[in-house]
Write a protein that binds this ligand. Structure first.
Ligand SMILES: Cc1cc2nc3c(=O)[nH]c(=O)nc-3n(C[C@H](O)[C@H](O)[C@H](O)COP(=O)(O)OP(=O)(O)OC[C@H]3O[C@@H](n4cnc5c(N)ncnc54)[C@H](O)[C@@H]3O)c2cc1C
Length: 294
């Protein structure tokens, strides 16, 4: 998922602002659906016969409201100077995703809130609000692995993500970027006076701005994972060396142990997964009931 940003000359308050007002919801336990009014849309890249790109359009975010909302843009120069912290920020942002320590996250947000926008998009124009457009490659070809760290069952497993390992995945995201640009500059959005804001990174400075190579570089710098991992416990026949459970969700070679969650999907879904997770759980419950019928 690569995050792009545009600015709208507009001043609507959304539930997104409310979320930040209710300080404390911005933790790992928060719900994204309360967190933002999030629109989504599906597209097909040239590399696929079915929809493989999902776009998330994040709600208006205040950048300089003078009302106490986050990211208030009082001092543009301060934001400019913050670019030096960019690499540190990205490293910390990545660790937010895995940390369970909310105090750490709170500190981090306080420390870095003022530079978030700048690190990703360059200095933020005052008097405007931001909308994020995030193309998400739903059918990546890169494959990760989940392996045991040790023989100790209390040790967390090792997650080897291998994001963008296959060049195809970056190319799909590049198409996503181009589609997002077309949407944001489309006739219908003209009345909002949208300005595209280019993401920058010192590592991509050598590329011509807005060229394909520039975006492929940016994609490698800024792509984050969407929250839809699946397939670490694949369903398949016993003859498949990668399969963990059979079509009854029973673990191969182990009696009476079933797995019913997103891990059993043999391939990545090209949609939000929760309905399929719930369906899997209900199907599993029915199979257990059927097996134990007297
Ligand atoms: C921030 C976020 C936003 C999302 N938004 C959407 C969305 O809008 N739409 C959508 O369709 N999907 C969304 N998803 C994805 C969706 O929530 C997941 O795909 C889905 O919850 C996966 O279900 P699961 O049962 O596989 O795993 P989980 O829901 O993660 O359930 C795993 C459970 O196992 C428990 N557990 C872990 N370890 C142990 C242990 N050792 N012993 C006992 N219990 C344990 C955990 O506490 C947890 O309750 C979102 C995910 C995230 C993180």
């Amino acid at each position: 998922m690569i995050q792009l940003t545009g600015f709208f000359k507009s001043n609507y308050s959304t539930i997104n602002d409310l979320q930040f007002y209710f300080d404390g919801f911005e933790t790992e336990c928060s719900s994204t659906e309360f967190y933002s009014i999030q629109l989504t849309g599906f597209f097909k890249s040239n590399y696929s016969t079915i929809n493989d790109l999902q776009f998330y359009f994040d709600g208006f975010e205040t950048e300089c409201s003078n009302t106490g909302y986050r990211s208030e843009c009082k001092d543009n120069q301060k934001l400019l100077n913050a670019t030096a912290d960019h690499d540190d920020f990205i490293a910390k942002l990545t660790s937010i995703r895995t940390s369970r320590n909310t105090a750490f996250i709170d500190d981090l947000i306080k420390k870095y809130a003022s530079i978030v926008g700048n690190a990703i998009t360059g200095p933020l124009p005052c008097g405007r609000r931001r909308v994020g457009v995030r193309p998400n490659n739903m059918l990546p070809l890169s494959k990760g692995r989940l392996v045991l760290r040790s023989a100790n069952p209390d040790d967390h497993p090792k997650l080897i993500t291998n994001y963008l390992d296959n060049e195809h995945d970056a190319k799909v995201l590049l198409q996503g970027v181009r589609i997002a640009q077309r949407i944001m500059l489309s006739e219908s959005l003209k009345k909002y006076d949208v300005q595209l804001v280019f993401m920058t990174s010192p590592s991509c400075a050598g590329y011509t701005k807005d060229s394909d190579d520039y975006w492929l570089c940016i994609i490698r710098q800024f792509t984050l994972a969407e929250n839809h991992p699946t397939g670490t416990c694949k369903m398949g026949p016993a003859s498949d060396p990668e399969a963990v459970v059979d079509d009854q969700l029973l673990v191969h070679g182990v009696e009476n142990v079933r797995v019913a969650d997103a891990s059993v999907f043999p391939t990545q879904l090209n949609c939000n997964p929760i309905s399929v997770v719930i369906m899997t759980a209900e199907k599993c419950a029915q199979m257990v009931l059927d097996k134990n019928k007297v």
